[in-house]
Design a protein around this ligand. Structure first.
Ligand SMILES: Cc1ncc(COP(=O)(O)O)c(C=O)c1O
Length: 406
């Protein structure tokens, strides 16, 4: 009965499908026999979801009206203030910023594509990418193309980015470019400040005349990368770009506040032109109204309460710091063992995931499954979630992957 409308819809989501196989093996052989490195959430060393208790305490003490009432389409005023503080940290932008509430980063990606590209356009992202970018583009009647994230030396491939931006702007009036950094999903790469300078020079060189670029910076993992200020050091570079290049920050409470299921985030624009910020607010709120209407009010109130109470904010930050360190240690353990085992990784910095380049990723993943190890096959390799396995398992995995590569 269903209409395809140009989309290719698989029978089952790949990641959830493999996770299901892992759970079936757990049911059959027990938890100890399985390493499930497919899950995109931070689990503790016992395999339980990490939930920040300081955030849960706030949630449990909400008044009925905090969760029963509708929120304004763009989010409550207190939420908008709080989410900007959360996204920008100590940095205070010297440009116009507007925030619109979205159901997680996913909603920010959706609204950016729907408002800053035309039906039939191609959006651009890197060849290692979160698959949902192309799904959202397809859902909205757009396509997606990629640039190569790395050159032969494993550096950010600015030449490939320039080539694709030029080729797309030859054909289109506008371009949505999605860059996921720091702690990129699926590689764990973080753009350096030099990479950022290169990216911004390319965009300024290629956005000629009436051409327009929306630069969507997906910072879903920013608070699990490492030092919060260091990883925000690129933000000032975005504050005074020419008017036809619009940076939009996609910020999510899913990972940062462990509110994955509460579906709360925001899209935040940064522009030197007031009317562009006002237009952003108007068009993005329109899209929200026409897709999910308003977002989860309870999550908005939780965030506002955290940011109005400095002691509570410190408590939340400290609790997160503990788990961030745990994750950083896991990443280091995986890198160390990969080096010992001679396993080539895609350049990794931090975050929930690491990737291994290989030919025939499906076959490698099947080999691993025979050993009770579950990872996600991508177009150019496999993705290992170091967020969902403990340090011992991180140490064990690289040698096992070398075996599975054959
Ligand atoms: C790269 C990336 N961006 C955005 C998201 C969006 O997550 P959410 O919609 O829960 O904020 C995810 C979630 O897995 C992700 O991996």
């Amino acid at each position: 009965m269903a209409q395809k409308n140009g989309r290719s819809i698989p029978l089952e989501d790949k990641i959830f499908g493999i996770s299901r196989l892992a759970n079936e093996m757990i049911a059959e052989k027990g938890k100890e026999s399985v390493i499930n490195a497919t899950i995109g959430a931070l689990l503790d060393d016992q395999g339980e979801l990490v939930v920040l208790s300081s955030v849960v305490d706030v949630l449990k003490n909400l008044a009925p009206a905090d969760y029963a009432a509708y929120a304004p389409i763009g989010g409550t005023a207190e939420f908008k203030d709080s989410i900007k503080k959360a996204a920008f940290g100590k940095y205070e932008p010297k440009c116009f910023t507007e925030a619109v509430a979205t159901p997680g980063g996913t909603g920010a990606i959706r609204n950016t594509i729907s408002n800053y590209s035309q039906v039939g356009d191609q959006i651009l992202t890197s060849d290692w990418y979160w698959a949902n970018y192309s799904s959202i583009a397809g859902e909205l009647g757009r396509g997606s193309v990629t640039f190569e994230l790395f050159d032969d030396q494993g550096h950010f491939n600015i030449g490939s980015l320039q080539k694709q931006v030029r080729s797309l702007l030859d054909k289109q009036e506008s371009l949505v470019l999605i860059i996921n950094t720091p702690a990129h999903n699926p590689t764990g790469y973080s753009l350096t400040l030099e990479d950022w300078d290169d990216v911004l020079s390319v965009l300024q060189a290629e956005a000629k005349g009436d051409k327009k670029i929306a630069l969507l910076v997906d910072v879903a993992y920013i608070d699990f990368a490492g030092d919060s200020n260091e990883y925000r050091a690129f933000l000032p570079k975005l504050e005074n770009l020419p008017a036809n290049i619009l940076p939009i920050i996609s910020y999510s409470t899913s990972k940062t506040f462990t509110l994955y299921g509460m579906r709360c985030g925001a899209m935040i624009c940064m522009t030197p032109v007031k009317s562009i910020a006002e237009e952003f607010l108007r068009v993005c709120q329109f899209s929200s109204r026409a897709s999910w209407s308003n977002c989860n009010r309870a999550a908005m109130v939780v965030l506002a309460k955290i940011y109005e109470d400095p002691a509570l904010l410190s408590k939340v930050d400290e609790e997160r710091d503990f788990y961030r360190e745990l994750l950083v240690k896991r990443g280091k353990a995986f890198e160390e063992e990969a080096a010992k085992a001679g396993l080539k990784m895609v350049p990794f910095d931090a975050g929930f995931f690491a990737s291994i380049p290989c030919k025939d990723p499906d076959a490698v993943c099947k080999n691993l499954q025979k050993e009770g190890i579950f990872a996600v096959p991508l177009a150019k390799g496999l993705r290992v979630s170091i967020a969902s396995i403990n340090e011992n398992q991180c140490r064990l995995l690289p040698a096992k992957i070398v075996e599975a590569l054959g």
